[in-house]
Design a protein around this ligand. Structure first.
Ligand SMILES: Cc1ncc(COP(=O)(O)O)c(C=O)c1O
Length: 405
């Protein structure tokens, strides 16, 4: 059986809850929004949390609420999700990049210390693929120069450093509930905030967005159902895998690299108002996610242990860091040749999810680690639905391919 790069599932009871909410009339507004915000803030350990229509919209409302000086400098890791620096630039701020480190793939704290100054208005610490960056050191630099620290926690629900959850280290943390994320409410997200006043300003802006309609709901349900079907092991083996194998290789194929639908680097369809219906799905997700994360972590650690002697993997910075391993990330030279051989042997992998943003935004200097990460980061499947037997069999195949390469 071939293994898909990721497994998307419809949130528990998605269709049933939609029908129930329609009947009760609490699809758009209701008590679940406030309940989710309260539970989320309590879980992360912040004063407040605000639901938003997407992770990127969370960044948008946050920057509109932070009251930074117009044109202030915002420091981001050169290796990351391009939407975020594009958005910040479009809001009139000056994006400054700092290179990533190769162990956590997050921002290098030493390089941040050299780059930060009194001109820096904000620093964004991004936790990639479920592995926290060195956020305590990044926070110390931001504090020392009076810059606001923002955490990008799109991948990192539940991850922690010591006894603190990510999303609680700075003035705010932005989470995403898009379909491939740890909590999936078919889009949406949360901004956690250290101070309630900031939360109120974000809530006010988010509340001014127009309400989505039935067309939006139908589209969300249809696309998520489609994603769950194409990544279902049976259907994946019956058709999708063959289609991937036959797809033309080369530059054109890059659009398949991130997900099966390509990557959307825009805000379109990502605004609107978060719904009470989604908040209900989020609450259910929060209650059941512990078990799923534990399984995901066990699979990831088994895969990494199996192959650690022949492949370099992204790893947490220390033993007190809790990673949720949203994705297992190998750093491999000759990525395209390897991913091609893996696909021929039934292992579908993912790459080019994060990019060297400095190149995309024409930064004046080069960032060698970000450049290398873009070329060498390969995600190997270890979904929570895979058994240890599957992980071990897949590891043996990968070992054979790497050792004979
Ligand atoms: C690191 C990172 N930040 C932010 C986002 C934006 O989240 P959303 O797609 O919910 O807007 C993503 C989305 O994948 C992401 O990967």
């Amino acid at each position: 059986m071939a293994i898909a790069r990721q497994r998307i599932r419809l949130p528990q009871g998605a269709w049933r809850s939609a029908a129930g909410s329609l009947t009760k009339g609490d699809l758009w507004d209701g008590d679940d929004i406030a309940r989710l915000e309260r539970e989320f803030a309590a879980y992360i350990g912040t004063e407040d949390a605000v639901t938003v229509p997407s992770g990127r919209a969370g960044f948008r409302f946050l920057f509109d609420s932070l009251q930074l000086e117009p044109g202030a400098e915002v420091i981001c890791s050169a290796f990351g999700y391009p939407v975020v620096p594009y958005l910040i630039k479009s809001l009139g701020y000056k994006v400054k990049f700092v290179d990533c480190e190769m162990q956590t793939l997050g921002m290098d704290p030493n390089q941040l210390a050299a780059a930060i100054s009194q001109d820096t208005g904000a620093v964004i610490g991004t936790h990639l693929y479920g592995v926290p960056c060195q956020i305590d050191r990044i926070a110390a630099s931001a504090d020392a120069s009076g810059a606001a620290l923002i955490e990008d926690c799109a991948h990192c629900y539940g991850a922690a450093v010591g006894d603190r959850k990510v999303g609680s280290f700075g003035v705010a943390g932005c989470f995403s509930f898009e379909t491939s994320k740890v909590i999936n409410t078919m889009g949406g997200g949360v901004v956690t905030v250290y101070k309630k006043e900031l939360g109120d300003r974000i809530r006010d802006l988010a509340g001014k967005e127009p309400r989505n309609g039935m067309k939006w709901l139908g589209k969300r349900l249809a696309t998520t159902t489609f994603e769950s079907l194409v990544t279902n092991p049976l259907l994946f083996n019956l058709g999708v895998y063959q289609a991937l194998r036959l797809a033309p290789k080369g530059e054109d194929n890059e659009r398949f690299a991130s997900g099966y639908h390509g990557d959307e680097v825009s805000m379109s369809g990502k605004m609107g108002r978060y719904t009470n219906y989604q908040a209900g799905l989020g609450l259910k997700g929060m209650r059941s996610v512990g078990e799923v994360v534990a399984r995901r972590k066990a699979n990831a650690e088994r895969l990494i242990t199996n192959l650690d002697d022949i492949i370099k993997f992204q790893k947490p910075a220390g033993p007190d860091v809790f990673a949720n391993y949203m994705l297992v990330t190998a750093i491999v030279p000759n990525l395209l040749a390897l991913s091609d051989r893996l696909l021929k042997n039934g292992i579908d992998t993912k790459h080019l999810y994060m990019r060297d943003c400095s190149r995309m935004l024409d930064a004046p200097s080069a960032f060698p680690n970000a450049e290398r990460a873009e070329k060498e980061v390969l995600h190997i499947p270890a979904h929570p639905h895979m058994s240890f037997a599957q992980i071990d069999a897949m590891s043996a195949t990968i070992r054979r391919i790497v050792e004979t390469a």
